[in-house]
Design a protein around this ligand. Structure first.
Ligand code: MRU
Length: 361
């Protein structure tokens, strides 16, 4: 029988002018594959978290922009770029925190600019073909990058370790391996015995519905806990290391990830447990100096009051605080695991040394 890991998180169905995703809001109850054709469908799929996780959102945006430009009738380069920017801005407005969204859209735009400059004349079909190839490269690189994060992360764990994770930075959040889960999948591939503990991750339950689902499907020893149980678990000595994903790393190493991550990091510090943030360099935003400058998405109250309950579980009219992410201060982070290696404090220096500005030109 096919497991959830046999499905592609996001793929391009060029012959149908569509992208195909697993509707993650339906997991783990049913695996429903849906196709997105229009800008509104793509926007909604990202906003509603049918496709989610920073790298997967980036890949979706790349494919999405290509699909939306594929039948452009632009007669000039200026017209083409105007249309591209409008569609790009629209997709970019779907979620604010994961920088991979704007990173992928900017990368697509920069690629079109480069190809046009090299050609020296407007060739609409060539630009569209290049957009398809670039979007496929973003996906292929995501798989390679996650594998490399997995290899560096693997060097940080030992046979028999208990590992805690929060939210879903798994295969479902990327195109393969995940970021925080990549070391776990590689450890499992190598026959190491690890025990993974998944915070359920209120309010949208990505830890329970997605991480526990995919790790358990892979045959990894997986235990689910409510978010408010992680301190007692850490105190018990069961946890040797914590791996989480990330939506945006500021230039000083402050890292925004799913709400509740900073609580885990703070408690980990109390118990001397190493806390690692796994982040492809596409998640590092060198233009955001510190975590306080990161735009934290606020979501609807009903996600907290009723969404996953049979009945509403809060009084009507009560005020609700529902930020989707929080920022973990860099001093709580033991290392940032990237595809180029494990960055250590001081992060302002180790991030600057990656020279991302030059690499992205
Ligand atoms: O709101 P979500 O489900 O998109 O939040 C996802 C996370 O917080 C992940 O940890 C992060 O995007 C990294 S995914 C490799």
């Amino acid at each position: 029988m096919k497991s959830i890991l046999d499905y592609e998180t996001v793929s391009l169905i060029d012959e149908d002018d569509a992208l195909e995703i697993i509707d993650q809001t339906k997991l783990p109850g049913s695996i429903e594959i849906i196709r997105l054709h229009t800008g509104e469908e793509i926007w909604k799929a990202i906003y509603l978290l049918q496709v989610r996780g920073a790298p997967a959102i980036g890949v979706t945006a790349g494919f999405g922009l290509y699909v939306l430009m594929k039948h452009s009738k632009a007669e000039s380069y200026e017209e083409f770029m105007k249309e591209l920017k409008e569609k790009s801005d629209y997709l970019n407005s779907s979620r604010p925190t994961a920088v991979n969204l704007s990173w992928a859209l900017k990368r697509m735009e920069a690629h079109v600019e480069k190809i046009h400059a090299e050609a020296g004349k407007f060739d609409r079909d060539a630009l569209i073909t290049e957009m398809r190839d670039e979007s496929e490269r973003i996906k292929a690189e995501d798989i390679e990058v996650c594998r490399r994060i997995g290899e560096y992360g693997l060097s940080l764990i030992k046979d028999g370790d208990g590992i805690l994770t929060h939210c879903n930075a798994g295969q479902l959040a990327t195109c393969k391996y995940g970021t925080a889960t990549a070391p776990m999948y590689l450890a499992h591939e190598k026959g190491m015995n690890i025990k993974v503990y998944c915070d359920e991750t209120r309010p949208l339950l990505q830890g329970a519905r997605l991480t526990a689902f995919e790790l358990h499907s892979a045959g990894i020893d997986t235990t689910l806990l409510c978010d408010n149980m992680s301190a007692s678990l850490m105190k018990s000595g069961a946890i040797n290391a914590i791996f989480v994903g990330c939506d945006r790393v500021a230039a000083n190493g402050d890292a925004a990830n799913k709400i509740g991550t900073s609580v885990v990091a703070t408690v980990a510090k109390r118990y001397g447990i190493p806390f690692y943030v796994c982040a492809p360099t596409s998640t590092i935003d060198i233009n955001t100096k510190v975590g306080d400058d990161i735009n934290i998405e606020q979501r609807k109250a009903e996600e907290v009051t009723e969404m996953w309950y049979k009945e509403r579980m809060a009084p009507e009219g009560v005020k609700v605080y529902n930020p989707a992410f929080d920022v973990t201060d860099n001093e709580l982070i033991t290392g940032i695991v990237t595809e180029y290696g494990v960055l250590r404090a001081p992060y302002t220096e180790s991030i600057a040394a990656l020279n991302l500005g030059a690499k992205r030109k």
